[in-house]
Design a protein around this ligand. Structure first.
Ligand code: CTP
Length: 408
């Protein structure tokens, strides 16, 4: 999937709040991602930031009022509304939230908002008591019912000296919300299960067998699938990553725990993607107490863990099942063997060992192998982009399966 922001006509509405300074940075980030941004400011916003700043960054006239005949932007607002592919209001004050919830059109921004048909992101920012007040909460509920997306404010110290929810999230966080807003919702109504990270197999309470997986690839797929409208369940081994927004995340430690969590979820899923680096062996018996080194045996008896993906492959009915294969050599032959042995629809092969692909890297170079014997080498790209490309391929597999009549 292409960048959902690049080339889009986005209107940024700026209201009068101390957080208006952050919308300057937001505009800069949008322009950097090659969006065509037009800014509409309320009269109060100008107490905080001057229109010149927005005009310089967007290279477009800022729309400030409907009635200045000399202001070309003013007469253009209906035209802008027709062209807008996404609108973000940041910061959104209690005033604009109230006006939008009630259809009041008494300035350029509120009038423009009644004329648009594109997706809208509202980023409230205000004093925490105002935010919690009944009218604001009722109005936000109404906006959600209208189909607007509301980005919850951060909690923290506010400009007015109080502490609580009400702070405008940082611009990179708003950018993620805008990407999600503009992403195609081609996974809407689909349940997607993703496993990620390593597992740990205990030797004793302070020692374990594991591997260097960081979970980045699986978390990127979870974020991408949620962005594209899927109901995502992420089953994660121990990682240092933040659980993605709008994703049901289940934390596990061992392969046995991961197997139990996956098998409890698998029948409700439409797509299962197993990026986890599951340990293949575990100690036959984990010691209850720390093993003292002068009493330790120098060998550990191991047994095989359950091959979770193979079990899922055997059990699957209508689901699309996707595996990952990390190999140091002979990628084509090992990946293809795993595809068949585990009854998969697709497997993503990685040659590990370089700094740009594999464990811990932010980028990945992969090859997709499909059930029909075809393969598709993929260029080096970010794990985020690879996640979207993988979902594109899964979406087409889903269509092919639907045409064959296996799926409803
Ligand atoms: N996998 C699994 N359960 C296991 C081992 C692996 O579900 N006990 C899954 C992984 O999540 C991955 C795929 O199987 O999607 C391939 O994992 P990999 O470690 O590359 O292969 P193995 O089957 O373990 O084979 P080998 O270690 O011999 O390469």
């Amino acid at each position: 999937m292409v960048d959902t922001i690049k080339g889009k006509n986005i209107v940024l509405g700026v209201c009068g709040g101390i957080a208006a300074y952050k919308s300057v940075e937001l505009l800069r980030l949008l322009v950097k991602r090659e969006a065509r941004v037009r800014v509409i400011m309320t009269a109060n916003a100008e107490y905080f930031v001057g229109p010149m700043t927005f005009e310089a960054l967007s290279q477009q006239r800022v729309c400030r009022t409907l009635f200045e005949t000399s202001d070309e932007a003013a007469v253009q607002h209906i035209h802008w509304a027709q062209q807008a592919q996404g609108v973000v209001i940041a910061p959104a004050t209690a005033n604009i939230i109230g006006k939008l919830a009630n259809g009041i059109a008494d300035d350029a921004l509120s009038t423009f908002m009644l004329a648009i048909t594109c997706p809208v992101l509202i980023c409230p920012a205000m004093n925490s008591n105002m935010f919690a007040s009944k009218p604001v909460q009722r109005n936000l509920k109404t906006l959600k019912e209208f189909g607007y997306t509301v980005l919850d404010p951060d909690a923290g110290e506010l400009a007015c000296g109080t502490t609580g929810p009400g702070r405008l999230p940082d611009p990179p966080v708003i950018m993620v919300a805008i990407s999600a807003l503009l992403a195609p919702k081609d996974f809407h109504g689909r349940n997607v299960l993703i496993t990620a990270g390593p597992t740990r197999e205990a030797i004793d309470p302070v020692r374990f067998i594991s591997n260097p997986s960081t979970g980045k690839m699986g978390y990127a797929i979870a974020r991408a699938a949620a962005m594209r409208g899927a109901a995502v369940t992420l089953i994660s081994g121990p990682t240092s990553l933040t659980p993605p927004l709008n994703v049901k995340t289940i934390q596990v430690t061992s392969a046995a725990e991961m197997a139990a969590a996956v098998l409890a979820e698998v029948d409700q899923q439409d797509v299962i993607i197993k990026t986890a680096a599951v340990a293949d062996f575990r100690p036959v018996k984990a010691a209850n107490l720390k093993i003292k080194k002068d009493q330790a045996q120098l060998s550990i008896a191991l047994e095989r863990t359950q091959d979770i993906l193979k079990t899922v492959g055997q059990r699957k009915k209508k689901q699309i099942v996707v595996g990952f294969a990390a190999e140091t050599h002979e990628l084509d032959s090992f990946a293809s063997q795993k595809l068949t042995a585990k009854n998969l629809d697709m497997i993503v092969g990685n040659l590990i060992g370089s700094t740009e692909a594999g464990f811990g890297a932010d980028t990945n170079r992969a090859t997709f192998y499909f059930k029909d014997g075809t393969r598709e080498p993929v260029d080096l790209m970010s794990k985020e982009d690879l996640a979207h490309l993988l979902l594109d391929r899964i979406a087409s597999l889903g269509k092919r399966i639907t045409t064959k009549g296996r799926r409803k």
